[in-house]
Every structure is written in structure tokens, then in C-alpha cells.
Ligand binder design. Structure first.
Ligand code: ACO
Length: 358
């Protein structure tokens, strides 16, 4: 597996600070009890086998771009970055509004970010981590001074609600972060990215692409919905999370002991527990919110990261291991420190969060 190191003390490149974050979760909550009423399953089975209790489902009119825009606005507001100054938008998604145009252009227009380049990263559930690593490269190289990175999904529109093996898993939502160039010692310390296309058929939406364009037949047979070999993906996931995490930590010149928090893709609680055992990191150092949102694919790490930053669970100078896997099959892991230890931005913010919660 190729590993890359970003030397954050090398001042010939710019580091990047994570200065803002935001989420958007649809209001509609669908509990396991509601799913029990439509397919042959039970709340007990879903909780025991996946850890999921409920998920959010987008309302009519809510789309991947509308959720991405809302999460993006919140992240920009918090960073105090004017939308006119934003230079780059990367949207990670598997469920764009349309196959064409790229949903990133709809997001860019919706934000009013007239000076920003916009592009999509489509590596399924790995998407947000891939997009974040990509954004760091553009800032580290000096190409852009800032970037808005968004993970957003409307998976509910691609789920076969009569297939109990998949409809229990997925949810909708968006998460976003702002990166800005800094000379402070923070940013991306090391990462890995990988792909194994021999597993491409293990998770897929068979119809609607150029291999099988949408037809009356393909729609009638639900071929435009997610098909997954759950057991094969489960085996792959338990192996790859620990391996990718280990390689990213080595690329950062660290060991697992130096990682303060792991933010894994939220696909199945049992996969996260298995990764914790393999890494030898206690489960209470993993950020886990799968109970409430299910698997939101490319949005999952973004939402978990933003919520943990918002609640103060993650401190600004903590070393975070973000690790994800997904269809492709793909994987990515990154060791990230949001801000330098001494950042006044964070100290001011954290004081106000702590005071407002008292
Ligand atoms: N309720 C009750 N029983 C069920 C359900 C359900 N919702 N779903 C499956 N079962 C049954 C099966 O039919 C099977 O019955 P059988 O033994 O009579 O055949 C039994 O439960 C066991 O099935 P398994 O598939 O072995 O169940 P498992 O414990 O593996 O859990 C699950 C299934 C939750 C899908 C799991 O395999 C999993 O999480 N896989 C990984 C999925 C994943 O991570 N996807 C992420 C990528 S998605 C992306 O990139 C967009």
C-alpha cells in the first residue's frame, strides 16, 4: 500500500488549519421500529448486528446539493471566511443530484462562491477522507489558500426499501470543513489511499450508468438501487480499517499510542469494534455516532468529525486518525491535527463553547 508523508515542519510548503466545520441533517428521523413495519426485521436484530437505532431521511425537495450547501455555509460562517474569498470546493458523494452536471457546480452556485473552483470526488464511503487529503495537497503546494471540503449523501433515494439487508443501513446528511493555509505546525501529517477494483461488484448500483442505462426494465427490477454482498464487505472492512490506519500512522512518523482520536467510517458498529481490537486502541478513543445516523457514506466521517469538534470531545491540537473504506473497493486514512497547539482562534472558540454550555 503506497504511503505518503507530509512533513509539517517543512516551511517550503504551506500547512493547513481546519478553521470551520458544519453539518446538515434532515429533520425526519426513521427509527428501527418504523422499518420493522415494512420489512421482515426487528429493532433487536438491527441494533445487535449493526449498532444502528435510527437514521435521517431527506424530505422531498432536499437534495445532496441543498444539504451540502447548508453544511458548507455553516462551516464558512464558523471559519469567518467570506464566500467571495473561497478558492476551492471539493464535494465527496456517491449520490449526486444528477450524473451530469457535477454536483460541485450546483454547490458552488448555491453558496455564491463565484471565485471558487469546484470538483467532485467519488470514492463512495471513502469520499470525504479522499477529498480532505486532496484539499490538503492543493493548500500544501501553495496552489490555493483555502478549501471547503464537503461530504454529502442522499442515499435514501438509492435504497431498495424492500431489501432488509441494505435498507436498515443507510441514512442521509452532510458534513463540511474549511481548511486555510497557515505556517503553524498542524495539518496533514501522513496518509494512505488505495483501491482494489477486483471487488468492484461487491457494492454497486448496477443500472443508470453507461453499462446499463436506465430503462423501464431496469427500473422495474430495482437495478438503480444499492446491491451489496454484506459478508464480503464486512470481511474487507475489518481487515482494511486496521491496515490503512496503521500505514497512515507510520507515514506520519507516529504510533497508535500518539493518536488521540480515531474517526472511522460509520458503517457498522461491529466493524468499528473489530478495528479497535486490531489497532489495540480502546474503543472510547473512537468517535462513534452510527446509532443516530446509520451509514451516510461519504458524509459519515465529515459528520462525526464536525460533531466531535462542536461538542468539544475533540481538542483543537489533538492528533486525529480519519479512516474509511467503501465501494470500489476503496480505502483512505489520514492523520490530521486541526490546529497548532497555540492557536488563539481555537482558544477563543473553546472558551465561548464551554462558557455557553455552563
Ligand atoms: N433483519 C433480520 N435478518 C436479516 C437482516 C435484517 N435486516 N438482514 C439480513 N438478515 C439475515 C440474513 O438473511 C441471514 O439469514 P440466513 O442465515 O437465514 O441466510 C442472516 O441474517 C445473517 O446474514 P448476514 O449477511 O451474515 O448478516 P451479517 O451479520 O453479516 O450482517 C450486514 C449483515 C449488517 C449487512 C453486515 O454484513 C455488514 O454490515 N456488512 C458491511 C456493510 C458495509 O460496511 N457497507 C459499507 C459500504 S457501503 C458504500 O460504500 C456505499
Amino acid at each position: 500500500m503506497p504511503a505518503k508523508t507530509n512533513n509539517v515542519s517543512n516551511m517550503t510548503t504551506r500547512n493547513a488549519a481546519l478553521t470551520g466545520w458544519g453539518t446538515y441533517l434532515p429533520e425526519r428521523v426513521v427509527t428501527n421500529a418504523e422499518i420493522e413495519a415494512t420489512v421482515d426485521t426487528t429493532d433487536d436484530w438491527i441494533v445487535r448486528r449493526t449498532g444502528i437505532r435510527e437514521r435521517r431521511i431527506a424530505a422531498t425537495g432536499e437534495t445532496t446539493s441543498s444539504m451540502a450547501i447548508e453544511a458548507g455555509k455553516r462551516a464558512l460562517d464558523q471559519a469567518g471566511l467570506s464566500v467571495a474569498d473561497l478558492q476551492l470546493i471539493i464535494v465527496a458523494t456517491t449520490t449526486p443530484d444528477e450524473l451530469c452536471p457535477p454536483v460541485s457546480s450546483r454547490v458552488q452556485y448555491g453558496l455564491g462562491a463565484t471565485n471558487a473552483a469546484a470538483l467532485v470526488v467519488q470514492t463512495a464511503c471513502t469520499g470525504f477522507v479522499t477529498a480532505l487529503i486532496t484539499a490538503y495537497q492543493f493548500i500544501n503546494s501553495g496552489a490555493f489558500p483555502n478549501a471547503l471540503v464537503i461530504g454529502a449523501e442522499t442515499l435514501s433515494r438509492f435504497v431498495d426499501w424492500e431489501d432488509r439487508s441494505t435498507c436498515i443501513l443507510f441514512g442521509d446528511g452532510a458534513g463540511a470543513v474549511v481548511l486555510e493555509a497557515t505556517d503553524g505546525a498542524c495539518g496533514l501529517h501522513g496518509f494512505v489511499m488505495g483501491s482494489d477494483g477486483s471487488g468492484a461488484d461487491e457494492i454497486k448500483i448496477p443500472a443508470g450508468g453507461s453499462v446499463e442505462p436506465a430503462t423501464v426494465m431496469s427500473v422495474a427490477s430495482e437495478q438503480h438501487t444499492i446491491r451489496m454482498n454484506g459478508r464480503a464487505v464486512f470481511k474487507f472492512a475489518t481487515r482494511i480499517l486496521a491496515m490503512a490506519g496503521q500505514n497512515a500512522v507510520v507515514a506520519a512518523g507516529l504510533t497508535f499510542d500518539a493518536v488521540d482520536w480515531v474517526i472511522p467510517h460509520q458503517a457498522n458498529k461491529r466493524i468499528i469494534e473489530s478495528a479497535a481490537r486490531s489497532m489495540g486502541i480502546p474503543e472510547d478513543r473512537f468517535v462513534v455516532n452510527i446509532e443516530w445516523y446509520g451509514n451516510t457514506s461519504a458524509a459519515s466521517v465529515a459528520i462525526a468529525l464536525a460533531e466531535a469538534l462542536d461538542s468539544g470531545q475533540i481538542q483543537p491540537y489533538d492528533k486525529l486518525l480519519l479512516v474509511a473504506f467503501g465501494a470500489g473497493l476503496t480505502w483512505a486514512a489520514a492523520v490530521v491535527q486541526p490546529e497548532p497547539v497555540t492557536s488563539s482562534h481555537w482558544h477563543e472558540r473553546f472558551e465561548s463553547v464551554v462558557l455557553s454550555e455552563r
